[in-house]
Structures are given as structure tokens and as C-alpha cells.
Write a protein that binds this ligand. Structure first.
Ligand code: AMP
Ligand code: MG
Length: 534
């Protein structure tokens, strides 16, 4: 809690004469305790505590942003603050008390320097095109250039209705907000590109879903909120000038190296394809199922965005689906790479008029660019798998060795995360931790013989087992532990949330007393189902 007056000036410069008699008195009044009835808004207005908010997207692409005020909250209460991220962004969070932080991060009290907007976008949802989606429950507070010089969006999610809300209430519930907070920060700690979570505030209000739930607002930080759906919004209206403005903004912001290339819009398809291929390969390595890979949830920067029904799988299975609404299993674990490529094709379509004046030529060029996705993905996936298997050289047989392990895991009902983690134990001579994950380890044994033979073809790597543990996490957000933390938080107990956040911050290091965070639930969890939380 900061003192009511932070800096007491030892001089009050008085102006000569009476031309501006009020000035010195005003200055004094602002610093006299008691007279100093600062509201959270006043405290926030002291710019020193907040970064500078900018709006380059809104000025570069005039039709994309609509000024919208958050609806606020009656009794905002700070549930979580990411102090490290706040500092990187230039928030002086330590100088703000919890009331001021909750007021800001719920959108209830924003200083005049913040001009929130909702962004327009379209999107293919489960394959069906919707020409107008947009931020129906989110307010972009603005862009902040962080201490590293990177421009980042700061957005409130669950902060009330906007012009894009359609039938929705504009709100989010405590459970899904904290779920996104936990999983997005876990992804970051795992080294997977992702939007970040800066704050979570309970609004004190009840929102109606299937039942009444406590409401909350999440502050999400993204390198931008540009999606494939942002391009589709303008392309579907035939608005070539706006599509070009958007593409130019995206290039300047995310892929400046292609700005001067011969055909930057074609290069944009390639660059987004590479970023997405690399991202999805990392999801596959970690056993992550996004769950709702609609084009409006497909980020141009290549970050994981929109944590709705996502989850990490326990048992390795290509068919894994958690989302209750994904009935056709479109977004199953094993479908994620081709779906990302399908989404890339939708992005490429929006750029056709910019790629070449002759539409047939443009289509050919774009088709080739989209076609590169598969080989880039395969290379990214294989390179990550080599690290997971402790291979530091490249052999043709590595692809088969890696895919055979996955098939063995699938057949043996083995836990995805622990299989890779226990490979290190195997190398140290302890085989049972790995073998015990398989219903029948015979096939694993013969796979491991091939693996060992392959390792012998490499120069001896002294610390191979340790190195592998820096690639194969021990801790992922296990669904049952996440649910446990959410249930406690809904009842006002934040301790399990703090605990899971602490363990997930260092996913590669074994922590004493956290064994139960490393394993699937005792009885198995094959029927785990997630909901969008909308
Ligand atoms: P999502 O499934 O979260 O990617 O959201 C798809 C679309 O639905 C986006 O346009 C969201 O802004 C909108 N939406 C989701 N939940 C709500 C809500 N509670 N109120 C209004 N709009 C919503
Ligand atoms: Mg979305």
C-alpha cells in the first residue's frame, strides 16, 4: 500500500503576481494528506505508474478498431498479478495498491490516457465462414512497447459487451479466466510461443452460464491480436485497400525482414506458415490440444491464442479431443498440423489480390507457398523430436524411430509427458519408471534397443540424460490439478492456484513435495471434457 502521498515536494514554486493565483494552491492541495482524496483513477492517472498506451493498428488500419468502453465491475478484486510481466511492460505495480490494480485490470477505472477499442475480425468456425465475429467480450487497452523494445497488445477479456457481442453477455467466469492464466503461463515456461496473462480480477458479479458463476476479467498480453480472421474480415468485404493496410501493418510488426522483398504479401504467407508450423510442432511435442483452431483463433504472429477448451493429454493418443463442442473431432491432437495448414490456405486466399494482378498466377503462387507448410512442419517436428530423444546428429532413420515410439505409446496406453521424461532414467540404468507406463512393455523394449543402437552411433554425450530433461518437462498443467485449483479459487481459496503456478513456472526441474503434479490422476482421466467457457 503506497502512502497517500509519495513525493512531498520541498518547494512550492509560487508565481509572481495574481495572473494565475490558483496554481500554487492546487499544487499544495494535491499533496496535503487528508485533502488528498485520491481515487484509484487519480492514482492511475499518475502516468509514472503505467506504461504509455499507443494505437498504431487503429491508425494504420482505420476500419479495424471501434472505440468501446469496458462495462466495469462493482467490486473488482485482484486474484492474480504477473509481477514479472508487469515490470517488463513498464507497469510500476509496486506503487499501486490492490484496489487501484483491480480497478484498472477490470476496466472499471481507466485513466484518460487509455482509449480502449474492440477489434473486428471474421473467421471460419469449425469450417464454416462467419463474416463478422470481432471482440465480443474483449477490450484492447492499447499497445505498449516493453522494456525490450517489443510492441505488445494489452487486452481485457470478459470486460463487457461491445458492438461485436451478438447474443453474448460480454463476460467471462472465474474458472475459464484462471484456466487461461494457468495454461498460458505454463506454455510460456515450456518455451512455447503464447499470449501471456498479466492479471486476473474477480468482478464480484455473477454471470449466467449453465448456472450462476462468479465473473472475472483476464488481462491478456499478445505480440498482437491479429488473426487469420482479421484478414478474412476485410477480404470478405472485397476491401483490398484495408487488406493491404492490414498486411503492411502485420509485416512491419511481425516480419519486418520481408518488407523489402520482391513480393512481401507472398512472403507473408510463407512467414506466417513457418511461424505456425513451428508452433504446432511444439504443441505436438508437449501433447497440447488447442481444441478450437478456428481461423479467428489463429494468430498471425505464431503465438498460441485463445485458451478455451484446450488441454494437455495424459495418455498419448492421436485422436485425443477434450472439447465438448468438437463432436466431429476436427481439432483432435493428431489433426492439428493439417488444420494449421488449412487455416494458412484461408490466410493466403485473402492476400490473392495483393500477390499478383493476374488472379490465376496469384493462386498458383499462393498455393505453392501454402504447400511449403508440410515440409517446414515436418522438419520442425523432427528436430524437436531428436532433442526429446537425446539425438544430436541427424540420420534418415530418425523419423521412423520417433514415429514408432509414438505408435508404441499409443498402443501401450503410455503417458505422453512421462514417457519422454523417463527416457533419461532409462539412460541412467533405471528402466522400470518408463516400462511401468506401458500396459505391455515388450514393444517398448524392442523400440528401446533400436534407440540405444542409434545413440551408439553418436559421439558420447556426457550429460545426455540431463540435457534431455531440459527438453522433456516433468510438469505440465495436469487437467485434474488445474481443475482442483479452479474449484478452490471459485470458493475464494487461491492457495492451490499459487501452488500450481509455482510448479509450472519451472516445468523441467523436479520440485520436492510436488510429486502429485507430475502424474496423471490415479484412476486415469480418459473422459476429461472441456468447455469453451463462453
Ligand atoms: P471464441 O470461441 O472464444 O474464440 O469466441 C468466438 C467469438 O465469440 C468471438 O467473436 C468472441 O468475442 C465471441 N464471444 C465469446 N464469448 C462471448 C461472450 N460471453 N459474449 C460476447 N461475445 C462472446
Ligand atoms: Mg477466439
Amino acid at each position: 500500500m503506497p502512502p497517500p502521498c509519495k513525493a512531498w515536494p520541498n518547494r512550492f514554486p509560487l508565481r509572481k503576481g495574481f495572473q494565475q493565483p490558483g496554481l500554487a494552491v492546487e499544487q499544495m492541495a494535491a499533496h496535503i494528506p487528508g485533502m488528498d482524496q485520491k481515487t484509484p483513477r487519480d492514482i492511475l492517472a499518475e502516468q509514472a505508474h503505467l506504461p504509455r498506451f499507443e494505437y498504431t493498428l487503429a491508425s494504420d488500419v482505420p476500419g479495424i478498431a471501434v472505440a468501446q468502453e469496458p462495462e466495469g465491475a462493482d467490486e473488482p478484486r485482484l486474484m492474480a498479478l504477473n509481477a514479472t510481466l508487469a515490470e517488463v511492460l513498464g507497469f510500476d505495480a509496486g506503487a499501486l495498491d490492490e484496489t487501484a490494480l483491480a480497478a484498472f485490470f477490470s476496466g472499471a477505472q481507466l485513466p484518460d490516457t487509455v482509449s480502449p477499442v474492440a477489434l473486428a475480425y471474421a473467421g471460419h468456425q469449425f469450417g464454416n465462414f462467419v463474416p463478422r465475429l470481432g471482440d465480443g467480450r474483449a477490450h484492447l487497452l492499447g499497445e505498449v512497447v516493453d522494456v525490450n523494445g517489443t510492441r505488445r497488445d494489452v487486452q481485457l477479456k470478459g470486460s463487457g459487451r461491445t458492438v461485436f457481442s451478438r447474443g453474448g453477455d460480454g463476460r467471462a467466469a472465474v474458472g475459464p479466466v484462471l484456466r487461461e492464466y494457468i495454461i498460458s503461463e505454463a506454455m510460456h515456461a515450456l518455451g512455447i510461443p503464447t499470449t501471456r496473462s498479466l492479471a486476473a480480477v474477480a468482478t464480484g458479479e455473477r454471470i449466467f452460464r449453465e448456472r450462476l458463476l462468479p465473473g472475472a476479467v483476464l488481462t491478456r498480453v499478445a505480440s498482437s491480436h491479429l488473426r487469420t480472421g482479421s484478414f478474412q474480415y476485410f477480404a470478405a468485404r472485397g476491401d483490398k485497400p484495408a487488406t493491404k493496410q492490414l498486411a503492411d501493418h502485420a509485416i512491419a510488426r511481425h516480419y519486418p525482414e520481408i518488407a523489402g522483398s520482391e513480393n512481401p504479401y507472398l512472403e507473408l504467407v510463407r512467414s506466417v506458415g513457418r511461424a505456425q508450423a513451428s508452433l504446432v510442432a511444439k504443441w505436438m511435442h508437449a501433447g497440447f490440444v488447442h481444441g478450437v483452431m478456428n481461423t479467428d483463433n489463429s494468430s498471425i504472429s505464431g503465438e498460441t491464442i485463445d485458451y478455451g477448451p484446450c488441454a494437455f493429454m495424459d495418455r498419448h493418443s492421436a485422436n485425443t479431443v477434450f472439447s465438448s463442442i468438437d463432436r466431429q473431432e476436427r481439432y483432435a491432437y493428431g489433426n492439428q498440423p493439417p488444420i494449421a495448414q488449412w487455416n494458412l490456405a484461408r490466410l493466403a486466399e485473402t492476400l490473392i489480390p495483393l500477390i499478383h494482378d493476374d488472379p490465376d498466377k496469384a493462386v498458383d503462387m499462393a498455393t505453392d507457398a501454402v504447400g511449403e507448410f508440410a515440409s517446414v512442419y515436418k522438419a520442425e517436428w523432427l528436430s524437436g523430436m531428436r532433442s526429446k530423444l537425446g539425438l544430436y546428429s541427424e540420420r534418415d532413420e530418425d523419423f521412423k524411430l520417433a514415429t514408432d515410439l509414438l505408435a508404441t505409446m499409443e498402443e501401450g496406453g503410455a503417458d505422453h509427458t512421462l514417457t519422454f521424461r523417463h527416457l533419461s532414467d532409462w539412460l541412467r540404468g533405471e528402466r522400470e519408471p518408463l516400462r511401468s507406463l506401458f500396459i505391455d512393455p515388450t514393444r517398448l523394449d524392442s523400440w528401446a534397443e533400436r534407440w540405444q543402437a542409434r545413440l551408439l552411433q553418436e559421439a558420447l554425450v556426457e550429460d545426455r540424460a540431463d540435457r534431455m530433461e531440459r527438453t522433456n518437462p516433468l510438469y505440465i498443467p495436469r487437467n485434474h490439478k488445474v481443475e482442483e485449483a479452479l474449484a478452490a479459487a471459485e470458493g475464494g481459496d487461491m492457495v492451490p492456484f499459487e501452488k500450481i503456478m509455482a510448479v509450472l513456472a519451472k516445468p523441467y526441474e523436479a520440485a520436492v513435495g510436488f510429486d502429485d503434479y507430475a502424474t496423471p490422476p490415479a484412476g486415469g482421466a480418459d473422459d476429461y471434457v472441456t468447455f469453451c467457457g463462453t
